[in-house]
Design a protein around this ligand. Structure first.
Ligand SMILES: Cc1ncc(COP(=O)(O)O)c(C=O)c1O
Length: 403
């Protein structure tokens, strides 16, 4: 029997009411619409999608590709993703690939496919809040394992993570290179985690959207961060989710993919049917052009961001009270500012008084409190103006008490 009260405002179920609204949005809402605000709060490159990718989408619309497509994606794109993953990681066939309507949707589908109410899901934090909230929508029980910060970077205590992956854990959700810290898994940790998860039948959901935005000396000739797909076979309980958004400058197209064991892929097709049914065919044609001819776009994007990272991190560290570690991957500086204990209030004041839009570290979990996130996918001129605003704002603040 449903004993929910009939009175009160019509609203969502309790699990949804308990979801944390995005604090990045909360800051952005305070400044959106103000043309004087310089925003670096969202994770979005500032360049329009390259013309050859846009034109592939336009041509498909003009050819009349306006109908439903296959649940798992058009065969040409699934083939192209399989070939791309084979070049980057390990031989992969088309029947291990599902095309999705964004990287976000791929993550939701992975969790829908695996997590029953009450299942234990382990995440490495600080972390993009979408990844910690998705399992909660499905009533999963999220357990956080924090990274450690030092001025030289964020590190994972692998033993601590393995201890959290107790037998019976359903899945590990891990984003590497990581949003917001840039922390990136290294091969020994990948091997230890994979061996442990194999032993206990734990699924690994690897969010690989930033794998091409990796700045350490080439880990592979294709400049790709090390990942679980390098070591896992098609029989392992490993799902890799990915997206066209960042490396190919396609955030607004909403296109992504998953690589998963064959036996799961058919069920992903069923889930896609009941979520979005399919990614639009003309968007998939644009994705196909990106994979076929887009290596120069990826290389250009990575080098541009590497330059922006070096500029931003160098300048941030020259400000008194600021500590920024150079991130090995992704597109964010996640830096500490002495004296901040409420990053949300700080970011709101920063928007109001300095017209500078940054994301509060607390949005990424309690481990991120005291930090700010700055997306550096931007031009030198914008970064320099943002830095000038931050300097002015910090120098107008009363000095923080000596530690
Ligand atoms: C860690 C991480 N995963 C996944 C995504 C999803 O990207 P999209 O939904 O645009 O494909 C993002 C976007 O910001 C992200 O930061």
């Amino acid at each position: 029997m449903n004993d929910r009260p009939l009175s009160g405002a019509p609203t969502a179920r309790d699990t949804v009411l308990a979801l944390a609204p995005s604090r990045i949005r909360e800051v952005a809402n305070a400044g959106l619409g103000d043309p004087d605000v310089l925003p670096f709060w969202f994770g979005e490159p500032d360049e329009v999608t390259p013309a050859f990718i846009r034109n592939a989408g336009i041509a498909a619309i003009e050819r009349g590709e306006t109908f439903y497509a296959e649940n798992l994606g058009i065969p040409e794109l699934r083939e192209a993703v399989a070939a791309y993953v084979s070049r980057l990681h390990r031989p992969t066939a088309m029947d291990e690939v599902a095309v999705t309507s964004s990287g976000m949707s791929a993550l939701m589908l992975a969790v829908q496919a695996l997590v029953e109410p009450g299942d234990r899901v382990v995440v490495v934090t600080p972390l993009w809040p979408n990844l910690t909230e998705i399992p909660k929508i499905l009533a999963g029980n999220v357990v956080r394992v924090p990274l450690r910060f030092s001025p030289s970077g964020w590190t994972l205590d692998t033993a601590r993570l393995l201890a959290a992956l107790v037998p019976g854990t359903r899945a590990l959700l891990v984003n590497s290179p990581n949003n917001p810290t840039g922390w990136t898994l290294e091969v020994p940790a990948i091997e230890a985690i994979l061996a442990h998860c194999r032993r206990h039948g734990i699924w690994i959901v690897a969010d690989d959207v930033y794998e091409r935005l990796y700045y350490r000396s080439a880990a592979s000739p294709l400049h790709c961060a090390p990942g679980f797909l390098d070591r896992a076979t098609g029989d392992d309980r490993v799902i890799s989710t990915n997206s066209f958004s960042k490396a190919w400058l396609m955030t607004g197209w909403r296109l992504g993919w998953m690589v998963a064991p064959r036996a799961l892929v058919a069920h992903l097709g069923t889930l896609i049917e009941y979520n979005t049914s399919c990614a639009p065919a003309f968007v998939q044609r644009a994705g196909l052009a990106a994979l076929r001819d887009g290596e120069t776009v990826v290389a250009h994007t990575r080098e541009r961001f590497r330059h922006a990272r070096d500029l931003l991190v160098g300048e941030l560290n020259s400000i008194r009270g600021v500590t920024a570690a150079p991130p090995p991957g992704a597109m964010y500086a996640f830096f500490r500012v002495d004296g901040i204990d409420d990053s949300l209030a700080f970011c709101k004041a920063l928007v109001r008084d300095a017209k500078l839009g940054l994301a509060p570290g607390g949005a990424f979990g309690p481990e991120g409190e005291g930090f700010l996130r700055w997306c550096f996918a931007a031009s030198d001129a914008r970064l320099a103006e943002g830095l000038a605003r931050l300097r002015r704002f910090l120098s107008a603040r009363p000095p923080s008490p000596a530690p």
